[in-house]
Design a protein around this ligand. Structure first.
Ligand SMILES: [Zn+2]
Ligand SMILES: [Zn+2]
Length: 214
């Protein structure tokens, strides 16, 4: 079975507009690339766009940015709106040279990546007699520890960076299903989606780290 994992790479840079452009309002310029990454490593570029947003008023809210992105028909606008607003506000918080009262120019590079990958095959039922291999599914201890120790509540994800289950592309901050946060990489998934994957391969679907290091 082939599944599609969606992930976004976002790089945000905030700077004040130069003095002679001070009359200009806040601008968020987004360079958006959409691409498919195939199992073989080949990449198909679906399209590239440059989008200019002009948020009104002071401050950048996830809601306003998500709305502007939705108007531009950008996929996954709720996630991107949150992520970009968070990036901007973090830079304001940590970079004291930025003047929040003056208009800013925000440049954002976004790669929306759809990674086509095969759901790894289920290991043979009796793998006592097969040599160890990385394609083996997680042990029952891993499942047990994850469900006992790594459950998170959807409300705890509100305002966090990553709130999307990359396997089914659902917003985890609104789900009623069980959510698991992997202990090493902190990637989050529906428990059902993740366990389906881990039965086949003992690694994070996004970054391929093992849930627990031995
Ligand atoms: Zn899911
Ligand atoms: Zn991960």
């Amino acid at each position: 079975m082939e599944i599609e994992i969606h992930r976004a790479e976002v790089y945000t840079r905030v700077s004040n507009l130069p003095r002679h452009l001070m009359w200009v309002t806040n601008t968020v310029q987004i360079n958006l690339d959409e691409l498919i990454q195939h199992e073989t490593g080949a990449v198909t570029v679906l399209g590239s766009r440059r989008i200019r947003l002009r948020p009104r008023g002071r401050g950048f809210t996830p809601r306003q940015l998500a709305g502007l992105l939705r108007d531009e028909h950008v996929p996954e606008s709720p996630y991107l709106g949150r992520k970009i607003a968070l990036d901007i506000n973090q830079q304001f918080a940590f970079d004291s040279s930025l003047q929040q009262q003056q208009p800013v120019f925000v440049s954002v590079n976004v790669k929306l990546i759809r990674e086509r990958t095969l759901m790894p095959p289920l290991p043979p039922p009796d793998f006592l007699h097969t040599p160890p291999s990385s394609s083996r599914g997680a042990s029952s201890e891993v499942f047990q520890r994850l469900s006992q120790e790594q459950g998170v509540k959807s409300r705890d994800l509100v305002g966090k960076n990553e709130t999307q289950c990359s396997i089914c592309i659902d917003d985890l901050s609104k789900t009623r299903e069980n959510i698991i946060e992997l202990p090493q990489c902190l990637h989050v998934f529906h428990q059902d989606c993740l366990f389906e994957w881990l039965r086949r391969q003992n690694s994070c679907p996004l970054c391929r780290r093992a849930p627990y290091e031995l």
